[in-house]
Write a protein that binds this ligand. Structure first.
Ligand SMILES: Cc1cc2nc3c(=O)[nH]c(=O)nc-3n(C[C@H](O)[C@H](O)[C@H](O)COP(=O)(O)OP(=O)(O)OC[C@H]3O[C@@H](n4cnc5c(N)ncnc54)[C@H](O)[C@@H]3O)c2cc1C
Length: 376
């Protein structure tokens, strides 16, 4: 049986970012991906927002990695011709009672280290976005948008440059992991069906990361590693976008529950505007837009009153790999070398929902340190 140093399971933006940091000519590494190409799952079904790190509790991995990842992403985009735009973002209070919530967010964002946040008044909201109705807003100039496909393409190119072979193996699903004294036997099914022995397994399997952890022998219920799929739909706007910035409503009172950011307006890089995502739990993967247009329209017109129902049409959807069960409060990313649980060499990344894309270069650095610790 072939022996390798590292297997990365999953070629989404996170698996690719990690592999781009740890691939080297002196190491044997493979990335195993069940689909026919990289980045076909959650990594190509999201808002493509470069987040600033405002919403997440201080000291959480989500806050820390997002605040680190934000400038790293901008630098990667600038240096490698990846399309992006520093659009800025406003989180809008449509009634006086919501202003307090924005002030709480401002304090939290500043505490987290999000850059240059400020409260702006009605006049300034109007100056920034004349079509938006708001009595005040929290302005985040470091929030922006990017082309996630170009980012993944960049990570993949870097991986190939640092490797003697192309380490990405497509159409290959990991179906078993058997712990051994000094590593794991990884068994696959698909175009490439094989078993190989590896010292390190990096589980970046997104919506199925809990299943991979379970294959290795982790008790996912006991450890609270179980992933709950939480879908978000988008509607896009026909015609010319009425806003240039990202526009979010003030977070609902149950912000730390599932509807974290509310249905927001997201300009893209080719001049269109999308609204979304909402949030509802599902039991199977199905990317049809299933939400009611009327509900979207009502939510949108609270801050963009000129939008008409006929301007909206179903666009796309994505599914979050959430650790939170319905009704549960905030859960952080799990990014862990599982040595203490008796699984030396297994690095789990579980619950990598938003802002996982923004965090991807910072997650990669974090995992690189774990890999160096294991291999030293
Ligand atoms: C609606 C929505 C909006 C979002 N908006 C934003 C945003 O604006 N900004 C932001 O920063 N983040 C956002 N996110 C989060 C971001 O998209 C994710 O955090 C990120 O894409 C996760 O990447 P990943 O590589 O972990 O997972 P994925 O992209 O899901 O990749 C995992 C890969 O593993 C593969 N895989 C699974 N099981 C196996 C197996 N057994 N064998 C082999 N391969 C396997 C899958 O096929 C898949 O390709 C959003 C997410 C959603 C759902």
């Amino acid at each position: 049986m072939e022996n390798v140093d590292i297997i990365v399971i999953g070629a989404g933006v996170v698996g690719l970012a990690i592999a781009s940091e740890i691939t080297s000519r002196s190491r044997e590494l493979y990335i195993l991906e069940k689909e026919a190409d990289y980045g076909l799952a959650t990594s190509s079904r999201n808002s493509e927002v470069i987040h600033a790190g405002i919403y997440y509790p201080h000291d959480s991995l989500k806050a820390k990695l997002c605040v680190q990842g934000n400038p790293m992403i901008y630098q990667l985009c600038e240096e490698n011709n990846i399309a992006y735009k520093r659009t800025g973002k406003i989180i809008v209070a449509t009634q006086e009672e919501e202003v307090k919530e924005l002030e709480n967010l401002l304090r939290q964002g500043q505490h987290n280290g999000a850059k240059n946040l400020e409260m702006i008044d009605e006049e300034k909201v109007h100056e920034f976005e004349p079509r938006v109705k708001g009595v005040a807003a929290l302005y985040s100039p470091s929030t922006g948008i990017l082309d996630v496909h170009s980012l993944m393409k960049y990570y993949y190119k870097k991986i190939k440059q640092n490797s003697t072979i192309d380490p990405l193996i497509l159409n290959t699903k990991v179906v078993n992991l058997t712990p051994k004294r000094d590593g794991y036997i990884v068994t696959t099914k698909g175009q490439e069906s094989f078993s190989l022995k590896t010292t390190i397994v990096i589980n970046a399997a997104g919506l199925y990361a809990d299943k991979i952890a379970e294959m290795a022998g982790i008790e996912v219920d006991k450890e609270r590693y179980q992933i709950h799929w939480c879908k978000g739909d988008y509607f896009s706007l026909r015609g010319k976008p009425p806003v240039a910035m990202l526009v979010y409503p003030a977070p609902p009172a149950d912000a730390y529950r599932i509807k974290l950011t509310g249905i927001h307006a997201i300009p893209d890089l080719i001049g269109r505007l999308k609204f979304g995502p909402n949030a509802y739990y599902v039991n199977r993967i199905n990317y049809n837009v299933e939400s009611n247009k009327e509900d979207f329209w009502k939510a949108i017109t609270s801050y963009l009153p000129s939008i008409q129902p006929n301007d909206l049409h179903p666009d796309m959807s994505g599914i979050r790999p959430k650790l939170q069960r319905p009704g549960e409060s905030f859960r952080d990313f799990i990014i862990q070398h599982e040595e203490k649980k008796g699984f030396s060499g297994l690095i789990n990344l579980i619950g990598i929902e938003s802002p996982g894309l923004t965090c991807s270069p910072a997650i990669a650095k974090m995992v690189k340190k774990m890999v160096h610790e294991i291999l030293k």
